[in-house]
Write a protein that binds this ligand. Structure first.
Ligand code: SF4
Length: 359
């Protein structure tokens, strides 16, 4: 398994069996975890514990055996099985701004006696009143004073700053690998349930990479779209000379913008809103990070696949759309397509005069 969260260099995946069940709040996507932590609960991103499970593939099959349709996204099936496997009793479901499947999944959980708390992002990030009401409602549901969540934001901002530095070292200093970047940024959705341990590990990681050699690579690329379900995409890209210097959505999980309030923070977070704020973010990253091509990762059976057309229309770079269904390794056909794409970009690079010296 490629997501070795328990590697001493990486965030610590929580040992679920050791956690007090009545304090766990499963989350189906990034939500304001400041509120969850402030209420004394342990947020656990169900996507993370699913994909890091040694039996992730079987968890998808188990969900199908339990009646979830085969032509549903594997992340949804993995979340379903993670809740069952770890007997999670309380789940915050993002019913607007993430995935239309979550509404039905929430109802499945309700039918099984699991407490569910709906959370909805507004349709537009300009609708701050709607967002504020949702934040207050979540705080009410978890019985915590909202002002304590704003205080928690300050604490988590300091921790997220360490991840922003890890991200910066990926594209400025070239001392953090694509895969490490992916794992650190994707883990910020729940800070692995323990922000103190997460911070301590991040500080240790930053210290370790100080003495590292630069990563040698032939090409800088970006991966946009939801975090890939396939386990070996990043090592494979590294093995063929491609350094991923931008993981779009994972970076968004880390709340990359300086903000003063939770409303501001969750309004600037691009993932739940329309594709155009995402396109703007990608457009800024391309010249800043010296990106020469993009892989647009799309999940089989996901409505977000439709965005591919808009991304291609607005981003003036070669784009490879990669579609995966289940956890596991890239198959031969996928590897061939990726290799051909990277070779094409390298060829194009060798034919193009170097402008900035950033290679
Ligand atoms: S990949 Fe798409 S379909 Fe699957 S959970 Fe995420 S948003 Fe929903």
């Amino acid at each position: 398994m490629v997501l070795k969260f328990n590697d001493h260099l990486l965030p610590a995946l929580p040992i679920m069996e050791d956690l007090p069940l009545d304090r766990i709040v499963g989350i189906t996507s990034t939500i304001p975890i400041e509120i969850v932590f402030a209420a004394g609960y342990i947020p656990i991103d169900l996507n993370n514990i699913f994909i890091c499970d040694r039996h992730a593939y079987k968890m998808v099959e188990d969900a199908e055996s339990a009646g979830l349709p085969r032509n549903t996204c594997a992340w949804i099936k993995g979340i379903f099985s993670a809740v069952r496997k770890y007997h999670i009793q309380k789940v915050v479901s993002v019913i607007q701004g993430d995935c239309s499947n979550n509404q039905a999944l929430m109802e499945v959980f309700q039918s099984e006696g699991i407490e569910t708390i709906p959370f909805a992002y507004p349709h537009s990030n300009a609708d701050q009143r709607f967002l504020h009401n949702q934040l207050l409602s979540l705080a009410d549901n978890l019985e915590v004073d909202y002002s304590r969540a704003e205080e928690m934001k300050e604490r988590l901002d300091a921790i997220r700053a360490k991840v922003h530095e890890i991200d910066r070292l990926t594209w400025v200093a070239n001392t953090v690998t694509s895969e490490e970047n992916h794992i650190w940024t994707v883990s910020t959705s729940d800070l692995m349930g323990d922000y103190n341990v997460f911070e301590e590990r991040a500080a240790r990681f930053l210290k370790l990479v100080q003495g590292r050699e630069f990563i040698q690579h032939d090409l800088r690329i970006g991966v946009v779209g939801i975090p890939p379900i396939c386990e070996d995409l990043y090592p494979f890209l590294s093995s063929i000379g491609a350094h991923v210097v931008f993981n779009e959505i994972q970076r968004q999980f880390s709340m990359p913008y300086p903000t003063k309030t939770l409303i501001e923070q969750y309004s600037r977070y691009t993932y739940p809103y329309d594709i155009f704020s995402r396109v703007e973010d990608i457009q800024q990253a391309i010249p800043q990070r010296g990106i020469k091509g993009l892989i647009h990762y799309v999940q089989s059976f996901c409505h977000r696949h439709i965005h591919d057309r808009i991304i291609r229309k607005h981003i003036q770079l070669p784009i490879l759309t990669l579609d995966c269904d289940r956890p596991g390794s890239l198959d031969g056909a996928m590897k061939t397509r990726i290799e051909a794409f990277i070779e094409m970009l390298k060829y194009h690079e060798s034919e193009t005069p170097v402008e900035s010296g950033r290679r």
